[in-house]
Design a binder for this molecule. Sequence first.
Ligand code: F6P
Length: 550
Amino acid sequence: MTTSNETTQKLPLTKRPAWKALENHYQNIHETSMRTLFAEDPHRGERFVADGAGVHLDYSKNRITDETVQMLVRLAVECGLRENIDAMFSGKKINITENRAVLHTALRIPRTGRLLVDGKDVVSEVHAVLDRMGTFSDKVRAGQWRGFTDKPIRNIVNIGIGGSDLGPVMAYEALKHYSQRNLTFRFVSNVDGTDFEEAARDLNPEETLFIVSSKTFTTLETMTNARTARSWTLNALHDEKAIARHFVAVSTNGAEVTKFGIDTENMFGFWDWVGGRYSMDSAIGLSTMIAIGQDNFRAMLAGFHSMDEHFRTAPFDKNLPVLMGLLTIWYNNFFGAQTTAVLPYDQYLKRFPAYLQQLTMESNGKYVTVDGKRVDYETSPIFWGEPGTNGQHSFYQMIHQGTKLIPCDFIGFCKPLNRYPHHHQLLMANMIAQAEALAFGWTAEQVKAEGSPDWLVPHRTFEGNRPSNTILCDELTPHILGALVALYEHSVFTQGTIWNIDSFDQWGVELGKVLAKRIIPELENSAASPLGHDSSTNALVTHYLRVKKE
Ligand code: F6P
């Protein structure tokens, strides 16, 4: 029997009852100020909050009422979010364009758990790799993994790009406080030779280990950097046998790893059901594990898992990733907001916005639905941000007084990891004040009361009503980092479900790769002609070749 929700799910998104209701509701609410909303409900700041996996979310400073939340939750139900969550967690092939399951959540199931995919228990496979990673990272940390000349490894260089770089570098920076400080970590991603050159210039090849991280092991940037690293090592050590001591691989592609010359003994595997941007908690996190040790790495996985469980089981109106995902829909699709700013008030999270850019935009920056139809609504906003307080002295002017609506996520911690509590109070005071200023502004009357001349009043007035979420955690621990990343992963999933897109493929990165392959020989061979591109591309190639020759 067909249920009424199944019938609703057959309607195009913008024709569903909840979407229509939200359109009407937007008309009624969009001029209401947060000043009014807070004045009408003195407990609003205590009511519009949710907690899960050690993360506290205050979403009261949004342009919403209880009715808005109810309607957004109804939209999630009408779009089949519950069914989709169950499908993802149980290993259904929801990445339909690549015919793959989406099981990054299986990477953090505790050892005692079990999940059968195609008849195999993936949990035991996951833990077998984690155990191998643990043994290896213990050896490196203890100085027992020796280089070819018997010197202990002191430098670890991760070579990878996209999800094989952004997760590792973000996690290393975020958890530096917990890292083993006598080891040096570097991350090489760009095919620009400067990246390798600067990363390697002060390193001794005898003490350097390269982790070549690539799901496919065919990515142009990574393989180019890996080959350069190989020559750099061999130039110093003069023996092919050195490679086994100085190179390990993280990949799903054993054949390519072998072809490159790395023994699969020194390879840490993962599975095609882990997307690149969802892989920092797989073997792609090997550099993280070496930095912080296996116990901390496992604590991070436990943090991921507790947010997974919260997402899987909490009612939608108390569910952090669902609420955050739905709020993104609210601003993106009804208020026409084009971007979301992510503003961590913690220096250790300085690469978190860059990490989130791939997670959010590579997942949901798509104009085709799972059924191959062009969407008639907006999909992913642009995610961007910088750590506080630096951003306050650069782009916050526009968030406060610009013409664009920019919803913000503030992320802060009650306890600092440094020895300067006074700094921390200033930092947190600034974060809390920014959210307050954005929401309530500063009226013309208030400016006048301060004695401003009339002509200056409009310049000094803040209209406010600018929305933000505040995510407040006790302390930046490995557990909390895992929970935070999972929070955004599942918020992205919630949005992708509403927009009915495949959040797990990335066809949009392919065309540039294909065209670059055509241009590479043209730049290498100055005699190549005639060039077969458009006139602009031809002219750029010709200009480049002329200057190179000079
Ligand atoms: O080009 C995009 C992409 O495929 C990302 O999705 C991925 O994280 C990155 O390249 C790196 O891919 P790989 O790990 O296979 O080298």
